[in-house]
Write a protein that binds this ligand. Structure first.
Ligand code: ATP
Ligand code: MG
Length: 328
């Protein structure tokens, strides 16, 4: 079967953006494909992480994967740091990457902007991400729109490797949702919603209480006027909220627009908050059960074992093709 690989960083509390842009598709793809879903802790440390927080966030992300509906019987759920081949192939991909192409990455520009000390890991992040994907010979990579550029680089690196050293690596395709590929910040629709944003009002965390969700949505910025119309150019704030509504309710954007025709932002926001609460409550319930069960450690161990077998085979082929003398 075709393979799917994706990852989420334990760099904060998972948001509705992570859920709509990525996790929902993890769940949708798991029956049809051989799936690998990882918690990319090696990526998280490209910006400073407090050790106790990293540990807690990592376990929380793993539990949220399961709570969202990822079935460990179908998909390998594991930590990037449990499979050392990520760091190994990451280095190899770094040596194949050009400074110029890494400098063009908008995530690097956004995350380094205004900082006086920028870690080198942030710069080579895309090379490690390429290794993550290529290790599993993944065909499809479910991600949000912000990762499209990194995926394009991954495709270039796979092609470059194959051209130099012979056909070894599968060139992957992105798998991006039609609605909700880029959920925007609640306080600024020119920026994507991000779990590492220090302003907690800018995102809805998957584990936010119903009251926090209602508060955050009622305070979300809205555009001038009062019409609920999907027009990302002229009404970015309302359009963003409509994408969230569409995703949580299952209604199309047209249906959302028709439903709120002639009604103002107040009514819309109230109903939106209830849609989000109804979407997240069952997930939060399952999350608590999983955390209490203590099952996460077994799931991660089994997942790493499955992942490692594939990762080892690819690394061996890569090293052989490049001329590394393999141990006898
Ligand atoms: P950070 O701010 O630490 O980078 P993040 O919220 O961007 O955190 P990531 O772990 O970098 O989360 O990304 C995990 C997945 O979620 C990726 O597939 C990414 O494309 C997707 N994603 C992140 N933010 C959004 C968003 N606002 N809308 C849709 N998808 C998103
Ligand atoms: Mg990100």
């Amino acid at each position: 079967p075709l393979r799917v690989l994706s990852g989420i960083q334990p760099s904060g509390k998972l948001t509705l953006g992570n859920y709509i842009g990525a996790m929902k598709n993890f769940v949708a793809l798991q029956k049809e494909y051989e799936c690998f879903f990882m918690i990319v802790d090696l990526h998280a440390i490209t910006v400073p992480q407090e050790p106790a927080a990293l540990r807690e966030q990592t376990e929380a992300v793993a539990a949220l994967f399961i709570a969202a509906g990822i079935d460990p019987a179908h998909a390998a759920v594991f930590l990037q740091s449990h499979v050392p081949q990520h760091a190994e192939l990451g280095w190899i991909m770094t040596t194949l990457s050009y400074m110029g192409e890494l400098e063009r990455m908008t995530q690097f520009k956004d995350k380094s902007e205004g900082k006086d000390a920028v870690g080198a890991g942030l710069f080579v992040y895309p090379s490690l991400m390429a290794a993550d994907i290529l290790l599993y010979q993944a065909n499809l990579v479910p991600v949000g729109d912000d990762q499209k550029q990194h995926l394009e680089l991954t495709r270039d690196l796979a092609g470059r490797f194959n051209f130099k050293f012979g056909d070894t690596l599968t060139v992957p395709e992105p798998y991006i949702p039609k609605v909700g590929a880029r959920i925007m910040s609640l306080d600024d629709a020119s920026k994507k919603m991000s779990k590492s944003n220090p302003n907690v009002g800018s995102y809805i965390a998957l584990l936010d209480s119903p009251d926090d969700i209602r508060k955050k949505i009622s305070r979300a910025k809205t555009d001038l006027g009062r019409e609920i119309v999907f027009d990302p150019q002229n009404k970015p704030e309302v359009s963003n909220l409509m994408s969230i509504y569409s995703n949580c309710s299952g209604l199309s954007l047209e249906e959302v627009q028709a439903r709120f025709d002639g009604q103002g932002y107040g009514t819309f926001k109230k109903e939106l908050a209830e849609q989000v609460v109804a979407t997240l409550e069952p997930l939060q319930q399952r999350y608590r059960e999983i955390r209490e069960s203590g099952a996460i450690h077994d799931i991660l161990r089994d997942g790493a074992e499955k992942a490692q077998a594939v990762a080892e085979a690819t690394t061996r082929r890569v090293k052989e093709a490049m001329g590394f003398l393999l141990p006898g």
